[in-house]
Design a protein around this ligand. Structure first.
Ligand SMILES: Cc1cc2nc3c(=O)[nH]c(=O)nc-3n(C[C@H](O)[C@H](O)[C@H](O)COP(=O)(O)OP(=O)(O)OC[C@H]3O[C@@H](n4cnc5c(N)ncnc54)[C@H](O)[C@@H]3O)c2cc1C
Length: 300
């Protein structure tokens, strides 16, 4: 584990649960489904769409994967019952990908079928590069059966420049994001500008072939370039949406919404909120500084 992560992990380990939760709640809708439903209701009331995610990845047992698969089914029914504008985002390793591919496919197949029957949609999140091939394969197997499923491409992966061609031909529904995992040296672009350029290139290829694209970023430069591209290509509004994480850059999100863009907020919830927050803190160590300051203030 890199030094900075070890330091963050050590600090997080020492922070009292209540204090950490005070900061985490900006990024996490809550622990229960009822709290997540309320968060989506609030977002919808402000004209924002949502995608719900149960926090967790790399489950320890098939039983855990099946249990969370059932919770995702409950989420789909709650969305329907409550009349919410939300779909779901699912990590394949959370559904057992690394334990048993067929188990994972079975759980996802059930979810995609349920989503289809309810007029909803399942997004397969993209995890680290050891999962890329399998996730694309799962996506292709599922989408052939029922179309209510989409996938993600990460702009920092060099291979995405090839993967996008086939997905564009298939008119896949694709979320593009920069990518969040720590990868071996040769696999991703390292340079910030190269990642930004890759993001826009992927977007252009997908938009030119009429794929539906989720533009998942808080980077004002990428957002500006994406909007210029959309204008230049004359992409109709029903072919794309912007996506952001709950709690990140609400100012930017409000601006886009006020300008009439369709915006979907990624809403994570569940008991595994500590691990998720560690990632958010790593992306923005400034937040961690506030947590530590608050810790010392509350201790004095
Ligand atoms: C809807 C959505 C879905 C995603 N799905 C995936 C996925 O399936 N697989 C995957 O690998 N990654 C996923 N990601 C994460 C993504 O890959 C990036 O790691 C993350 O979005 C940060 O990249 P950025 O484009 O916002 O640009 P950055 O350059 O990282 O951030 C731009 C600006 O946003 C602000 N910002 C960013 N993060 C934070 C933060 N934590 N707190 C406060 N401000 C912040 C800062 O002001 C920063 O300058 C997803 C992101 C979103 C928004």
């Amino acid at each position: 584990m890199p030094l900075v992560n070890r330091a963050i992990a050590a600090v997080l380990g020492a922070i009292p649960e209540g204090l950490l939760w005070r900061f985490a709640r900006r990024y996490v809708a809550g622990v229960t489904l009822a709290e997540a439903v309320q968060a989506v209701r609030d977002l919808n009331a402000r004209g924002l769409l949502a995608t719900l995610d149960i926090l967790g990845e790399h489950v320890a047992s098939p039983a855990d994967a099946r249990a969370d698969g059932l919770v995702y089914g409950n989420i789909l029914r709650a969305i329907q019952r409550e009349g919410l504008s939300s779909n779901i985002s699912v990590k394949p390793t959370h559904m057992g990908l690394k334990l048993d591919r067929d188990l994972c496919l079975g759980i996802l197949r059930d979810l995609v079928r349920q989503a289809h029957c309810l007029g909803n949609f399942v997004r397969l999140d993209m995890e680290d590069s050891t999962c890329t091939d399998e996730t694309l394969r799962l996506y292709r197997t599922l989408v052939k059966e029922v179309p209510a499923v989409g996938v993600v491409l990460q702009a920092y992966l060099k291979r995405s420049q090839e993967d996008v061609k086939r997905l564009a031909e298939e008119r896949a529904n694709v979320r593009i994001c920069k990518g969040i995992y720590r990868e071996p040296e040769a696999i991703p672009f390292r340079d910030r500008e190269a990642i930004r350029r890759s993001f826009i290139e992927l977007l252009e290829i997908l938009m030119r072939t009429g794929s539906y694209v989720g533009i998942a970023t808080h980077d004002p430069w990428v957002i500006r370039e994406a909007r210029e591209l959309i204008k230049r290509l004359g992409v109709p509004r029903e072919r794309y949406e912007f996506q952001m994480l709950l709690g990140v850059r609400p100012d930017l999100r409000e601006r886009l919404r006020a300008e009439g863009e369709r915006l979907r907020i990624y809403v994570p919830f569940g008991e595994k909120w500590r691990v998720y927050c560690l990632r958010r803190f790593r992306e923005n160590p400034e937040i961690l500084r506030h947590v530590i300051l608050a810790l010392f203030r509350s201790a004095s």
